[in-house]
Design a protein around this ligand. Sequence first.
Ligand code: BG6
Length: 495
Amino acid sequence: MTTSTPLEPVDSFDYVIFGATGDLTMRKLLPALYRRFAEGQIPDDARIVGTARSPLDDASYRERAQKALKEFIREDEYADDTVRRFLERVHYVSLNGAEAGGNWDGLKSLLEKDAAEDRVRVFYLATAPDLYGDIARNVDEKGLRTASSRIVLEKPIGTDLETARKVNEGVGRHFPENTIFRIDHYLGKEAVQNIIALRFANPMLERMWDRESIEYVQITAAETVGLEGRGGYYDGSGALRDMIQNHLLQVLTVVAMERPASLEADALRDEKVRVLTSLKPLDRDHLATSVVRGQYVQGKQDGKPVPGYREELGDDSASTTETFVALKAEVDNPRWQGVPFYLRSGKRMPEKLTEIVIQFRAAEAGLFGDARPGSRVRIRIQPNESIRLPLFVKQPGDRFALEEVDALSTLNDPSRVVYRDSYEGLLLDAVKGSPALFVRKDETEAAWRWVTPILDAWGKDTQGPDPYEAGTWGPDAARELLRRAGHRWIEDIAG
Ligand code: BG6
């Protein structure tokens, strides 16, 4: 059966974006809202209100929005008439959300114009996270928060445990937790949600999903891009904060969690928190054996020379920000004790690839002769989402020789794709008030609690990241990390 779940239109809403002239709004938010509008999921009287400091009016902001749509959606999705109708829904209020002075009245009267009292309001914060508390306070104190309001927080929530708590407390003073939607766009990816189906809808796998059967797990998020002009943000962040603390740990929680009592938001999130709080701490003593950080130097990508990280940043940069992290995590509970979870993420890798590899234990020698290597389930998150389940079958012929075949399920059949981008579903989940695919306060803090000692230890370590050539899979130490346990990264196994 090859169906997709039909999409219901959502109730009408106002989406107020703080940071509306920024890269994320242009690249992701407006295109995502446009696509949902074009698919008929967004009612005609919904409004999108951009706010930022730039002194723009509706017309000039619409021009920018139109340019962004031209650039970031596919040509066959861009229909002049639909774009025109969509842009009529777009407004702009020049406002510094972090300051109490400013045109809050203008924003308020726009939101109150022609709108029922219970109309959904979503405040989307896509600014620097240290402003989130102030923006939430102003929205509340200026009387903009209604009973049907929610607030969406873009990552990163803080830069360590302390700042994350500050952000959570600042926003939490003005919005109840059940109206706070912390977005992690990896949870919007179909293949990530599919892990839940794969694990809990297939008893065969569910029964084998533990330390008895699984030798190790790899989660890789590799990117070919370098800084993409985001040096200002990235250099203060690095791969651990930018990718591991949120996206990769979120994927890990879904791979490792116990069966939730239901698919309700809190049931899911309770189990995810349990995974995060069961992670064995990685402090200074474990750094040398469990964590590798790297920074790319000049190299080649697709045969073309590309500059190193420091060159990209600026001539005399001596930055020690890591653009690559590989680490060994352990979930210290009865299901997973002793099973390494290798996480790795890097910029300027040989290919764009996000994949989970579940390595099952080897079969003992017996009926079919020599011991066979264990099977491997591969869940490709992007590109070309797929799930590969290998099975041994007999080779044709007289001998009883075995071969491995893949039961492959492709998840990206173009005729069934619903969301082209993970933001699409998530943005409307916020409208619907469905928080299952958003990160709860205690999840964020548990993730930071685990990550912060690594950052602290790096801060005291004068050695800095290991260099690796752009276009390679990171420093040798990343390979060594697995080799010590007799394991290999997937590209070394599969070629
Ligand atoms: C973002 C990071 O959260 O995720 C970026 O800030 C990264 O540095 C991006 O490039 C990766 O997302 P995706 O969906 O392309 O894997």
